[in-house]
Ligand binder design. Structure first.
Ligand code: NAD
Ligand code: IPM
Ligand code: MN
Length: 339
């Protein structure tokens, strides 16, 4: 079998600090996997003038899976070329339309399934002569069908409850969305489903998140609701995600951003990217045992060495080291390679 190749995109701000911990874990857990770093976002703009260099696209398209740190830097806030454009371009190039954002804590176990390559972030935008500025939200039926099917499939493998979130009382795209959910549902008679308006969904997530199993929603609603779901399950420092296509390389990335307020201080919580690495091991490389070992090690390490966002004092490096020290597979310690 050819060797698996993982492209690591460290990104901006706290990105390189937390991606380093993920890389060390991957090297320890699966030394046979080839790792390769590429540029994305602000780091790529500084080096090449572009947020998504062709070399990065080519490497990611040829990879088994991609591990990505957050991108974005206040330095480019007023610029025409922005780091975030690189991320949107990469998601489109890989067609990672299904963004899985799990939020788990205590009796809460929610999976947000966010459409990732359509809607407002990809529609026509611009400025008219009269000074009007516009962004447009567009969805083709096919784009909605494939994400809705994913939502039902994922619910089927869990507690078999799907909540489709929309704004069908106002938006045409939401009415299309709702119709496709209703048309798809008969194929999944074992899954109980409901529709919920997005404003109410935010309130319900904040107050009684236990009621949800799988939420399926369009791009921007999912962006906002996933930060909220992270907030009610321990914070952004813990929240991972997997962005999947149909058969191509998946993109595994924390929900959080580049946290300019923490960048360079060595205190960001690496858990979100480490949990994203567990998702990469499971869904990207087909290594479920290693994924479980990593999850167990992370849980033990954050209990022993919490970072400041969790009320502790551990640094990024201290928590990452604690994770690597805890790593076991089948009860045996995974040997450390290279020190
Ligand atoms: P952010 O997620 O970077 O930060 C929000 C808050 O959460 C801050 O208080 C930050 O300190 C905290 N936080 C985030 N990650 C943390 C971690 N690992 N450990 C501890 N605390 C953490 O959101 P923002 O400030 O709105 O955005 C900053 C930049 O990140 C922007 O340029 C934005 O575009 C970008 N961004 C990128 C991604 C991505 O690449 N997927 C996601 C969100 C935001
Ligand atoms: C996220 C981020 C991105 C998004 C931005 C940086 C483009 O907020 O991954 O949640 O909106 O998808
Ligand atoms: Mn976001």
């Amino acid at each position: 079998m050819p060797k698996s190749r993982v492209v690591v995109l460290p990104g901006d701000g706290i990105g390189p600090e937390v991606a380093r911990e993920a890389r060390l874990v991957l090297e320890q857990l699966c030394p046979e996997v080839q790792l390769e770093e590429q540029l994305l976002g602000g780091a790529a703009i500084r080096a090449t003038g572009e947020p998504l260099p062709q070399a990065t696209v080519d490497a990611c398209l040829a990879a088994t899976a991609v591990l990505k740190g957050p991108v974005g830097d206040p330095e480019f806030d007023a610029a025409d070329v922005r780091p975030e454009q690189g991320l949107l371009g990469l998601r489109a190039a890989l067609d990672t339309y299904a963004n899985l954002r799990p939020a788990v804590l205590g009796d809460v176990d929610v999976l947000i399934v966010r459409e990732l390559v359509g809607g407002l972030y990809f529609g026509a935008s611009g400025t008219r002569e009269d000074g009007t500025v516009f962004d447009t939200c567009e969805y083709t039926p096919r784009q909605v069908e494939r994400i809705v099917r994913r939502g039902f499939e994922l619910a089927r493998g869990r507690r078999r409850k799907l909540t489709s979130v929309d704004k069908a009382n106002v938006l045409e795209t939401s009415r299309l969305w709702r119709r496709i959910v209703d048309e798809t549902a008969p194929r999944y008679p074992d899954v109980e489903y409901e529709h919920m308006l997005v404003d109410n969904a935010a309130m319900q997530l904040a107050t009684t998140p236990q009621q949800f199993d799988v939420l399926v929603t369009e791009n921007m609603f999912g962006d906002i609701l996933s930060d909220l779901a992270a907030a009610v399950t321990g914070g952004l420092g813990l929240a991972p995600s997997a962005s999947l296509s149909d058969g191509g390389a998946g993109l595994f990335e924390p929900v959080h951003g580049s946290a300019p307020d923490l960048a360079g201080r060595g205190i960001a919580n690496p858990t979100a990217i480490l949990r994203s690495t567990a998702l990469l091991l499971e869904h990207g490389l087909g290594l479920p045992e290693q994924a479980d070992a990593l999850r167990t090690a992370i849980d033990a390490a954050i209990a022993a060495k919490p970072t400041p966002d969790l009320g502790g004092t551990a640094t990024t490096d201290e928590l990452g080291t604690a994770v690597r020290e805890q790593l076991t597979v089948d009860g045996a310690r995974v040997p450390s390679y290279g020190g």
